[in-house]
Design a protein around this ligand. Structure first.
Ligand code: SF4
Length: 305
């Protein structure tokens, strides 16, 4: 049995940065000095580590006291979360991933320049929603500054694929910008750009995918080239749907591991070469323990792709 570990595994830059910020604050100011509304990172192991250091999770903004430091989700959470926290007198800790912040700022500037924004991503993706929300804020500001009343405005929309571009954008729109959410899929983005080029006079295209996600996807495909089965450790932000689709086409089996407790129960009976990849929020310690347990259980050699 060969065990092939992806070279890009463990937590991404955004997760490591947020965890470090919270832990540093707790170390300086004590347990309970930071709260979060729900999860900062969508991974129970990360949240368990943070609460172990003294982070307090609350269920709603109404539980925030004035002056309380609040860690925001790395993906921004709901579009109005930061505003609600500030209205309660909370002090947001800047744990939102800077890559997302940059894309949101870009959407805002494009709106100020008069470009409706097509954000590649669905309504179930908080980062896509946050980007569109920022574009809408830019348009609202634009319109508020006009001396003449202005008619209906199209600020942009979320697009899951190129087929909706023609159907859902008003006919009088002649130019748009296309943005990809940081954890989105590059191929879907390409399809939307092509559909936009076919429909509009001018298209500004920004392939604003997170490099960490891109590298992770590329490396996961390299691992899969050498294996008949790939194990995905932890919740993933590497566009799992697209990955699963490609693996199916290549005839590679994919097994997902949600929790360390399940390592020994994985059905790996016919596996010849097992690839191991991880999501962006998987802790290094989870990955190391998983690989060690697999080695003990299966024997064989460990290599990196
Ligand atoms: S995957 Fe990329 S965008 Fe998402 S938190 Fe990590 S570094 Fe930031």
């Amino acid at each position: 049995m060969e065990l092939v570990l992806s070279r890009v595994a463990g937590p991404c830059y955004g997760v490591r940065r947020a965890v470090r910020m919270i832990e540093q604050h707790l170390a300086r100011h004590g347990a309970g000095s930071v709260v979060s509304v729900g999860s900062v990172v969508d991974d129970p192991a990360v949240m368990q580590e943070l609460t172990g250091h003294g982070l307090v999770m609350v269920e709603g903004v109404e539980q925030i006291d004035s002056g309380q430091v609040v860690a925001l989700p790395i993906c921004g959470g709901t579009p109005d979360l930061e505003r609600l926290v500030e209205e309660r007198g909370g002090v947001p800790l800047a744990t939102v991933c800077p890559r997302l912040v940059r894309t949101k700022d870009l959407a805002y500037r494009l709106a100020i320049d008069g470009y409706p924004v097509l954000v590649v991503g669905g309504a179930d993706a908080p980062d896509a929603m946050a980007i569109l929300d920022r574009a809408e804020a830019g348009w609202r500001e634009q319109i508020a500054s006009l001396s003449q009343p202005y008619g209906r405005v199209f600020a942009g929309l979320l697009v899951e694929d190129g087929s909706v571009v023609k159907a859902e954008v008003p006919e009088d729109v002649a130019h748009v910008a296309v943005l990809l959410r940081p954890t989105g899929d590059f191929e879907t983005y390409g399809g939307v750009v092509l559909a936009a080029l076919d429909r509009f006079e001018e298209v500004r295209a920004y392939p604003s995918i997170c490099q960490s996600v891109r590298n992770r996807q590329t490396e996961a495909l390299r691992v899969a080239d050498r294996c008949d089965t790939v194990l995905v450790v932890g919740k993933t932000a590497m566009n799992l749907d697209g990955f699963l689709h490609r693996m199916k086409e290549a005839g590679v089996r994919v097994v997902q591991l949600g929790s360390l407790d399940d390592v020994d129960d994985l059905d790996l009976s016919d596996v010849r070469a097992l690839g191991v990849v991880s999501g962006c929020s998987t802790l290094q310690s989870t990955l190391v323990v998983t690989v060690e347990r697999l080695r003990k259980r299966l024997g064989g050699t460990l290599t990196t792709a």
